[in-house]
Design a protein around this ligand. Structure first.
Ligand SMILES: [Fe+2]
Ligand SMILES: [Fe+2]
Length: 175
């Protein structure tokens, strides 16, 4: 069955692997530049795709956090995610301003990696489980199709909207 949560986790595995690839070629600036080019784009495209396809649905079907009967709080999870995405995007943008392999580049890449590691862990512990508890199989499949469709159109990184205000985003997407 098509399932958007599988597609999110596949991206997470790819991103972790690509950060590890930077370690494998840490003393080769040309290789670092090539690997980073793909990884930086993936980080931007993945976050934007989640904001386009995943989080609006989490806000609709996720736990309300209103009472003790629900484990999660979709608004908090979304607020954390958009804030984290902005921090990752800022570090990625900073790294793009420097030549691969320089101290300034490594500093920005390390910041992107730390922010990303923290964010993926939160998403996998909070947002994705909330969605799995509450979304129907039909919705998971429908979002998988929308995810793939959006990615085919935006994999180049073109046409992506960057920093978003978490509160405005939540207000815009809350039913
Ligand atoms: Fe993610
Ligand atoms: Fe995310």
């Amino acid at each position: 069955m098509l399932d958007v949560t599988d597609l999110v986790l596949e991206d997470h595995a790819t991103v972790r692997r690509q950060f590890a690839l930077l370690d494998d070629c840490h003393d080769d600036p040309r290789a670092l530049a090539v690997v980073w080019k793909g990884l930086a784009r993936m980080l931007d495209v993945h976050a934007a795709c989640e904001e386009e396809v995943f989080y609006p649905s989490l806000l609709r079907v996720g736990d309300s956090g209103d009472d003790d009967s629900t484990e999660g709080d979709a608004v908090d999870e979304t607020d954390d995610a958009i804030g984290d995405h902005n921090k990752i995007r800022d570090a990625v943008a900073e790294a793009r301003r420097h030549e691969a392999g320089t101290d300034d580049w490594w500093e920005a890449v390390r910041r992107a990696r730390e922010e990303n590691d923290d964010h993926l862990a939160e998403e996998e512990h909070d947002a994705l489980p909330d969605f799995r508890r509450n979304a129907s199989d039909a919705l998971r499949a429908e979002l998988a199709l929308r995810w793939l469709d959006w990615r085919y159109a935006h994999d180049s990184g073109a046409g992506i909207t960057y920093d978003k205000d978490p509160e405005e985003y939540i207000a815009e997407h809350t039913p």
